[in-house]
Ligand binder design. Structure first.
Ligand code: FAD
Length: 478
């Protein structure tokens, strides 16, 4: 009887799980294992919102394994020692896992793999998170893409044939012998100790929750995605980001399902704008893999000389608390705190206020998002922040500074999103919901704060800093 360990990480699903599929095919019995070793992820150990998600996602995976006659073997790391213990206790001869692309994890996985192979254990890894591996996508000249559109044009030609795997039909689980006791998921202490995550009950972490979300999106929003995806008051996007991050569903599964739904409704073109967004996710992973410093260093080295303002603890606190006095920004920051998620358009606006009007370094915002987003993802978060800050690969030009008032009027015309998240402005008349400071009497009555920064002068100051950066660069060239 041969036994293999399936080492679950951020692939917390049974369907379309190539490591599980291969282990089941090649061995009589499998052990489903999760090793908790956040310290091995360096500075980017999962934040509080991510830990909340992970707790519930592990519970969901455990429940579905139990339905199939197994269970999830949970242990606290370090990873190599834990896997060795498990191999010793169970007599397993092989370890199967799906690959991740964060630099520290790539390095850790190489060490674990080499050590296990030296022990005589077979190790096999697979791609379960992306359409294409980052090293498998190259420009015509060779080397990684740095611009999204040609990256996507290339990737788009390679995704149509991908078919997801079903849940393996013959799942048979091995007992881990004595000496290989499993911890309880509760023992990992992933849940917050204070009552902050109450609003997270809108989420259903786990594979079944991911499919619920996907089918809701296909039924209600897919056909209007191109027009609605920028409107934060609508449920116009899929909200699959945390499910994708934890690998409860794969892009291959999402695309196959939507293709089928769209074909049924004879509207195949509807899925293109959505697939393109999934393409941004792949681009983020491509960049992180090839340029592993992007979470902390400006992708565009010219930005190393940028005059960021001194770290301003007071301003940062007001931004985090959603008390900047700019309604669309505060609505976003409060949505984030309450639900662990924020609409993409609003993420861009809050990031722009922080990095441009307040000229705080983008890493400060990135860290807050890292701790509070249920979809916190090193690749996407770094790309998003660098895109807004203007320092990233294929980023928004620095001089294009969002005006949060005109953006708010355009994308939340009735102020429905603001009214939902900023109760002080719930009954603001007309345009005042976007710019309450335009009526002193109303502002005083509402209890809503005055803007912490003048949008016009701070914009000019940011442009001045950018101009200085260009002059420095030009002088260095001459
Ligand atoms: P949908 O519109 O339904 O898109 C489907 C999927 O495509 C998403 O689930 C996501 O996986 C991917 N996607 C969509 N837009 C982007 C994008 N711009 N970049 C990368 N992938 C994208 N996304 C994260 O998953 N984790 C993060 O930590 C993160 N941080 C961000 C920080 C900033 C400053 C910005 C501007 C964006 C960030 N994003 C991040 C990207 C984007 O905001 C979210 O992926 C999106 O809002 C998730 O909602 P959704 O699932 O409804 O998206």
């Amino acid at each position: 009887m041969s036994t293999a360990i399936v080492w679950f990480r951020r692939d917390l699903r049974l369907a379309d799980n190539p490591a599980l599929e291969a282990a089941v095919r090649a061995h009589d019995r499998v052990i489903a294992a999760y090793v908790h070793a956040p310290e091995e992820e360096g500075a980017w150990t999962p934040g509080a919102a991510s830990r909340w998600w992970l707790h519930h996602s592990l519970m969901a995976l455990e429940a579905s394994l139990v339905k199939h006659g197994g269970h999830l073997h949970v242990v606290a790391g370090p990873t190599l020692a834990s896997l060795r213990d498990l191999i010793g206790a169970s007599g397993a001869t092989a370890v199967y896992f799906n690959r991740l692309y964060e630099p520290r994890i790539v390095r850790r996985d190489k060490v674990v793999r080499r050590a296990l192979e030296q022990d005589g254990v077979a190790v096999a890894s697979f791609n379960a998170a992306l359409w294409c591996e980052p090293w498998d996508v190259e420009t015509k000249q060779g080397g990684p893409y740095k611009v999204f559109t040609p990256f996507w044009r290339h990737l788009r030609t390679r995704i149509d044939g991908a078919e997801p795997l079903p849940v393996p039909s013959r799942l048979s689980f091995a007992d881990v012998g004595a000496g290989g006791a499993s911890d309880a998921i509760d023992d990992l202490s992933l849940l917050p100790t204070r009552d902050w995550a109450r609003g997270f009950s809108i989420w259903h972490p786990g594979e079944a929750g991911a499919w619920e979300m996907l089918s809701l999106f296909a039924d209600d929003a897919l056909a209007h995605y191109a027009e609605s995806r920028d409107l934060p008051a609508r449920h116009g996007t899929s909200r699959l980001s945390p499910h994708l991050h934890w690998g409860e569903i794969s892009p291959v599964q999402v695309a196959a399902y939507l293709r089928e739904q769209a074909a049924r409704q004879r509207n195949a073109a509807d899925i293109e704008p959505y697939l393109r967004q999934l393409g941004w996710r792949e681009f983020g992973h491509h960049l992180l893999y090839h340029f592993p410093k992007t979470p902390t260093e400006s992708f565009n080295p010219a930005f190393n000389g940028f005059q960021w303002a001194e770290r301003d603890a007071h301003a940062l606190r007001r931004w985090k608390q959603g008390r900047t006095g700019i309604p669309i920004v505060d609505a976003g920051m409060r949505e984030l705190w309450a639900t662990g998620w924020m609409h993409n358009r609003v993420r861009m606006l809050v990031a722009s206020l922080l990095t441009k009007n307040l000229r705080q370094h983008w890493v400060l915002g990135e860290k807050w998002f890292w701790d509070t987003l249920v979809d916190a993802d090193l690749a996407n978060n770094a790309m998003g922040w660098q895109w807004v800050a203007g320092s990233g690969a294929d980023a928004a030009p620095y001089f294009r500074i969002f005006n949060p008032v005109t953006q708010s009027e355009k994308f939340d015309p009735e102020g429905a999103y603001i009214r939902r998240w900023v109760p002080e402005l719930a009954d603001a008349p007309g345009r005042l919901v976007h710019a309450p400071w335009e009526d002193e009497t109303f502002l005083a009555r509402s209890g809503y704060p005055r803007p912490m920064v003048d949008l016009k002068t701070s914009r000019e100051a940011a442009l001045g800093a950018y101009q200085a950066l260009r002059e420095k660069r030009d002088a260095a060239r001459n």
